[in-house]
Design a binder for this molecule. Structure first.
Ligand code: SF4
Ligand code: SF4
Length: 463
């Protein structure tokens, strides 16, 4: 859709009265959530081949502890954490290890070692690798260790090993824990369905995170286009008499789900530039991550599957599916009726997700959505880049109050240092609002991303 046929509110020109209570700027893209938001979560069948990359989190890759030819049962650890900031991986299916350290493609185009498993066709795939425990008697340290042992990483797409965030960093105090249920990316509804269908797991995980972090209160923040989830959670909070947990609706506005934006909306607090939520006494967890903690830790189970939204105009069976980690992408596309020659496949949401060049990959812990577009219905205009007309739409859209137009111009002439020193380059979190708003089709976010990578590369070479 071009700039001129979108309502003005989508471009940030017209601010609605309640928006002043939220963060500054942002945009209102069409959300297309109607394709999947009312469809109950369904389990996808098991693929006969499973590909488990050893690097599924931001952190050190896991180290294999199985060998070729070995039989494994579903849920059994197959690779241990490679350090503190690392998460182990578990067998997503019962089967036989076909290869260890096989190099496979990752969504970003890199190669990483993986464990391949041939699924046993006759297995009922029941998880028998369980170590049930009473979490009410576990210490904070034991709970943190249990979260790491379960291989939990941020399921909102960040894939940061969750146990690292479960305790307050040294010298800091966590007063408020925030559960992020905004899911502001268009098309994605896996968190929405999780909040509706796994409410108890979510609240249990939240309570466990409160124990480990020491937070005295928690707030679940949800965009007001998901009021059914707000109501359901509020009812559960009352039924469980959880007086230290509240559920708040926040305005629907992209990127409300960015941690800094959500903290501003819920608490009126600003994370200092270059800082983290703990600097203002907060920790933020995605609701899907908390629901997994609430399910896995009491059972003593590993993370072997996740809920993924498969949607877009290029699939005939859009929905939210429980998909075993390591399921090859072609299998997912076949099961959901994807067209043969899509114009684009995006992993994650259309704003911050990644368009992939190869289908030769498998689902991993960080994949929230698989969006398939026909060549005619691509999410962003493929019209050629034109000169900047100085309309300031990008400035009006930027939630970090940056000047994307200027950043783009400086990026074109490789003045990266100036972008950083004078125009706060590193404050950009690549939300895509500026590119999405630009009538000249200037890929501002892409230019900024490349500049940030160049700055980081220079710092690594120097250091
Ligand atoms: S991508 Fe960066 S510069 Fe562009 S709107 Fe988002 S935060 Fe601002
Ligand atoms: S970069 Fe695009 S949105 Fe920003 S001022 Fe120029 S034309 Fe307008």
């Amino acid at each position: 859709m071009s700039f001129f046929n979108q309502p003005f509110t989508q471009k940030g020109f017209l601010r609605l009265p309640w928006q002043s209570k939220s963060f500054a700027n942002g945009i209102h893209p069409e959300d297309h959530k109607e394709l999947t938001e009312r469809k109950p979560i369904r389990r996808m069948p098991f693929s006969n081949k499973i590909i488990v990359p050893l690097s599924q989190s931001i952190g050190a890759p896991a180290k294999p502890i199985v060998s070729k030819g070995q039989d494994v049962v579903r849920g059994e650890p197959i690779a241990e954490a490679g350090g503190f900031v690392s998460a182990p991986v578990h067998a997503p299916v019962t089967g036989t290890v076909a290869a260890v350290d096989e190099l496979v493609s990752m969504p970003n185009g890199s190669k990483t070692p993986a464990i391949l498993i041939d699924t046993w066709p006759s297995s009922d795939q029941t998880v028998r690798y369980l170590q049930p425990r009473d979490t009410s008697v576990m210490s904070a340290d034991d709970l943190v260790k249990a979260v790491q042992d379960a291989g939990v990483v941020g399921l909102g797409g960040a894939a940061f090993p969750t146990h690292v965030k479960m305790k307050a960093p040294k010298g800091k105090t966590i007063k408020t824990l925030v559960a992020n249920g905004c899911e502001c990316e268009p098309y994605l509804t896996c968190d929405h369905r999780t909040m509706l269908e796994y409410t108890d797991n979510l609240l249990r995980g939240l309570q466990l995170a409160m124990v480990t972090s020491g937070a005295k209160k928690a707030i679940i923040g949800i965009e007001d286009n998901k009021m059914d989830a707000v109501e359901k959670i509020r009812q559960s909070i009352v039924a469980r008499q959880l007086t230290n947990i509240t559920c708040e609706a926040v305005p629907t506005c992209y990127p409300q789900g960015a941690e800094k934006m959500l903290l501003k909306s819920l608490l009126g607090l600003e994370v200092p530039a270059g800082g983290i939520p703990a600097d203002i006494g907060c920790a933020v967890f995605n609701v899907g991550t908390l629901a997994q903690i609430g399910e896995l830790v009491p059972q003593g189970r590993g993370l072997i599957e996740r809920i993924v939204t498969v949607s877009g105009p290029g699939v005939s069976k859009p929905g939210n599916y429980i998909i075993s980690l390591g399921t090859p992408l072609p299998f997912v596309l076949e099961q959901t009726g994807a067209i043969d020659n899509p114009g684009m496949i995006i992993l994650g949401g259309p704003m911050m997700g990644m368009s992939i060049a190869t289908r030769d990959i498998a689902t991993t812990k960080g994949i929230t959505g698989i969006l398939v577009f026909t060549p005619e219905q691509l999410p962003n205009s493929h019209e050629p880049e034109m000169p900047c007309i100085g309309c300031r739409a990008c400035v009006e859209a930027c939630p970090m109050l940056l000047n994307p137009s200027m950043l783009g111009k400086l990026a074109d002439v490789n003045r990266h240092q100036e972008m950083m020193d004078k125009f706060h380059l590193m404050n950009c979190f690549e939300c895509g609002c500026c590119s999405n708003s630009c009538p000249a089709n200037i890929p501002l976010t892409q230019k900024i991303r490349v500049a940030k990578q160049s700055i980081r590369q220079k710092a690594r070479s120097a250091g």
